[in-house]
Design a protein around this ligand. Sequence first.
Ligand code: COA
Length: 258
Amino acid sequence: MSAVVLSEREGRVAILTIHRPDKLNALSEQVRVELLAALAEIEGDDGVGVVVITGSGEKSFIAGADIAEFEGRSPFDQRWAMRSPRIFDVMASFPKPVIAMINGFCLGGGCELAMSCDLRVASEKARFGQPEINLGLIPGGGGTQRLPRLVGTGQALRLILTGDMIGAAEAKELGLVELVVPHDELRARTLELAQKIASKSPLTLKVAKEAVRASERLAIEEGILYERDLFCLCFSSEDKREGVEAFLQKRPAAWRGR
Ligand code: COA
């Protein structure tokens, strides 16, 4: 069986490409297994500061779960297919920033995967939607929870109840993506952002992501206290000492990740 997740490196950025272009990069069991394996390898690689995830070909980021695999599945089979670790949760809690580079259709599980990333950069050709309603289903990769957090309950319900697709400009207006760029600049612009983030202290990036992600589950008072603790924890790092020293000495900081 040929690989359906391709992995490459550009400097401190790892780029993972879902490679099933003839199926619009639908998320199959094989994709799940290979993506988890690729992320496990990257997690232990100190040479990688940021992960970028994208889809193969010009047309699609990810067109959702592999619908062909749904046919004939019992609820038990489906529950097994949705066993932990879920790729969506792994990406949301991954200790390095993950950026979705959205090159086309971003539907269903694809949209849910993009929402699990920390940042989303979209081609102006990208199309977004949660079309599960048209299959007699609801989003099952976190869409009913992550979409309202990003765009608000009303807009999330509009997308989930109609199954309609929206374009990149509207997705940006709603807060579903952070950046929209010309299609032929997508890779360059995404890598520029990724390299900039990857040049920061990996230790501090990890703590910053953890603090912001905590806001998704904590009440504001608890979140503020948690932030204070993490902020003070940063005072124990070599990178905090280096960052402050470098600022005072008017030179660039040399991060160690410690
Ligand atoms: N799962 C499995 N296969 C998929 C797929 C999916 N989610 N999305 C697309 N494909 C396959 C098609 O079956 C087709 O395969 P084939 O050539 O062997 O017949 C191929 O990818 C190309 O798709 P096609 O539908 O011909 O392209 P299109 O440009 O006409 O339409 C879409 C593009 C995205 C509008 C359409 O493919 C679609 O609606 N896909 C399903 C989206 C969805 O419901 N996702 C949520 C799943 S829970």
